[in-house]
Design a protein around this ligand. Structure first.
Ligand code: G6P
Length: 617
């Protein structure tokens, strides 16, 4: 959600900033801008649309020179996506420029105050108050005295705002440094050789250095060519550790695929093997989760689990509910993180809250975890981005190790999230009720999943044909039961978000209580009818749809040829134990959505109105 890049060094900043923005474009892509300082002159370029448009604009303007600068790619919250609302924003004299992620909640009050003081606002954004506030503090200060430096003015301004921010500020009056700060929106400082790259996401830094410093909330940094200083926004110096980014440049490239989404779907055998890797002791037939090792005594006492997440991560949580209750016999509640926080949940002793998040930065999920911690629950994380805020704020956790996920529609992170939940459920289950025989069975079957995924992916061509046949239908249903109900939800979400087809996911048995009224001649209805206890009942539902002339597409277990007599289309997945089947059945649905979106000419990796990481509430 919005991306920030900043550069100080000896290279021409514009090139570095534009490259960084391209890497961050998946965070937001409705408008973009850069501001570079040359000598004591600021040059600004911004425009609506993609980074490519901004690049064009810069070419037309001619050289935007300078070795220090800031840039931004926007996902609009306040104000339409147009040139005026694009970042950077400048003060009245155009001597200070600022880029911001997050939301300034008291911006309206501040805007009134600043307007009365004579400041002129150009945009409809909340962000613009920040830069005018800094200008005001430099000129007048609290008592009309004025802050002597940009650093102090930024600190003074940040004390006046409520809300969230990740920001970078550049001033023509102090052109040798960038001031950056964070509260609630990620900000990472890349420490290169005689240069610094600041960004809201490691992918914009990796090209320059793998050495990074993660700013915590309420911390800021003054970054210059000769080094950087870190402190709290109250000006207390803080010493920060330099960490290493684990991802490689190759991992954040498309690798010959047309879209990141397709690459990430196809990567699932490897990403799943990575999630499992080293965590199954095949000799002792045990699960070993290093991230939990020091907390095992407390974890054995867990009597209730809450799982929180948003979007696809919430769907992974729903699969987790079945896994934790089925394999570990722990009562589990799954909640949208955004609801959990505000409904004042009753958290009893010996409860743990598991936050699931690919990015580790989703604002609602972070807030839910904080709420749970406040109420005394143990906070556990299932996160992909190493060093992200959720990973750092949870008591213990397990990383996905799925590699970077760039496509806005989450795919490989989902399967890895479900794998990690399976590992946790097995580990907790074995410590309670599960026999070693069952444990050995599940471990053997889980280890075989990556190979079985390959067999599903090989059917991409067939799934493409089905998608092309049905992609002009504007309404679809996805139906499944038990473990496959969350997969029906996920299949519908994937189709909605990238192809803009209206789709609904439902427990199959609910169809007769309303949605069956929607079924018309040729309407695609996707069933997940793998071998499980309720198989016969789902077959009954398929017949009901066919009787009403719906077009049925069924995901079934290999060798179930009988299903072909009931369903118009059948996509087979290899057989596996029921709790592991979601790992296979979700893949055809990801491919169905992908191919439908391509056939409809949609921008798969950057669907309209969506952002990869939502760092505002
Ligand atoms: C956004 C993305 C979704 C993602 C959700 C949660 O809405 O578009 O694909 O599932 O955020 O993200 P997280 O990083 O917390 O898993």
């Amino acid at each position: 959600m919005c991306g920030i890049v900043g550069y100080v060094g000896s290279k021409q900043a514009t090139g570095v900033l534009l490259e960084g923005l391209k890497r961050l474009e998946y965070r937001g892509y409705d408008s973009a801008g850069v501001c570079v300082c040359d000598g004591d002159e600021l040059t600004m370029a911004k425009c609506p649309g993609r980074i490519a448009n901004l690049e064009e604009r810069i070419k037309r303007i001619g050289c935007v020179g300078g070795t220090i600068g800031i840039a931004h790619t926007r996902w609009a919250t306040h104000g339409a996506p147009n040139e005026v609302n694009a970042h950077p924003h400048a003060d009245c004299n155009e001597r200070i420029a600022l880029v911001h992620n997050g939301i300034i909640e008291n911006y309206a009050t501040l805007k009134t105050f600043l307007t009365e003081k004579g400041h002129t606002f150009l945009s409809d954004t909340d962000t613009e108050v920040l830069v005018h506030l800094i200008e005001e503090f430099l000129a007048n200060g609290h008592n009309g005295t004025g802050c002597p430096t940009l650093e102090e003015a930024v600190q003074a301004a940040l004390h006046e705002v409520s809300g969230t921010y990740g920001l970078a500020v550049l001033s023509a009056e102090e052109p040798q440094k960038l001031i950056v700060a964070r509260r609630g929106s990620p900000l990472i400082l890349g420490v290169g050789k005689d240069e610094y790259v600041v960004a809201s996401d490691a992918s914009a830094i990796l090209e320059h250095t793998a050495n990074v410093v993660y700013l915590n909330d309420n911390e800021m940094a003054v970054v210059g060519r000769d080094g950087m200083r870190t402190m709290t926004i109250d000006n207390v110096p803080v010493t920060k550790e330099v960490s290493q980014i684990e991802w490689s440049l190759e991992q954040i490239a498309k690798g010959g695929y047309e879209h990141f989404m397709l690459k990430e779907i196809m990567e699932q055998p490897e990403s799943s093997a990575q999630a499992i890797g080293g965590r199954l002791d095949m000799r002792e037939m045990q699960v070993v989760l290093g991230g939990f090792a020091q907390h095992m005594r407390d974890m054995r006492k867990i009597r209730k689990l809450y799982v929180v997440g948003c979007g696809t991560a919430w769907h992974a949580g729903l699969v987790g509910e079945y896994l934790f209750e089925d394999l570990a016999k722990i009562p589990t509640e799954v909640e949208y993180a955004s609801e959990f926080r505000y409904r004042n949940p009753i958290i009893e002793d010996n409860s743990a809250v598991i936050a699931i998040s690919q990015s580790g930065e989703t604002a609602d999920t972070l807030a839910a975890i904080r709420e749970a911690c406040e109420k005394g629950a143990m906070a556990l994380g299932i996160v992909n981005a190493v060093g992200s805020t959720i990973a750092r704020e949870t008591d213990a956790g397990v990383y996905l190790h799925a590699g970077p996920e760039i496509g806005v529609a989450s795919t490989k992170a989902f399967t890895s999230q479900v794998i990690v939940e399976t590992l946790i459920a097995l580990m907790l289950g074995r410590g309670r009720y599960m026999s070693q025989t069952s444990m050995s069975h599940y471990i053997t079957e889980l280890a075989a999943i990556p190979e079985k995924m390959k067999a599903v992916l090989e059917q991409s061509g067939k799934i493409k044909d089905i998608a092309e046949r049905c992609c002009n239908r504007e309404n679809w249903l996805f139906l499944g039961r038990g473990y496959q109900y969350p997969i029906a939800l996920e299949g519908a979400l994937k189709l909605k978000e990238i192809s803009y087809i209206h789709a609904e996911g439902l427990p199959a048995a609910e169809m007769k209580h309303g949605p069956i009224a929607l079924i018309t001649d040729g309407m695609p209805v996707v069933f997940i009818a793998t071998r499980m206890g309720t198989y016969d009942k789902v077959v009954g539902n398929i017949e009901e749809v066919r009787a009403r002339k719906g077009y049925t597409i069924t995901i079934a277990t290999e060798a179930d040829t009988e299903i072909e007599t009931y369903s118009d289309e059948v996509i087979y997945v290899p057989d596996c134990p029921v709790p592991l089947a979601p790992l296979l059945t979700v893949i055809p649905l990801q491919l169905l959505a992908y191919h439908a979106a391509v056939a409809r000419g949609c921008n798969v990796d950057k669907p309209r109105n969506l952002a990869k990481s939502v760092t505002v509430e």
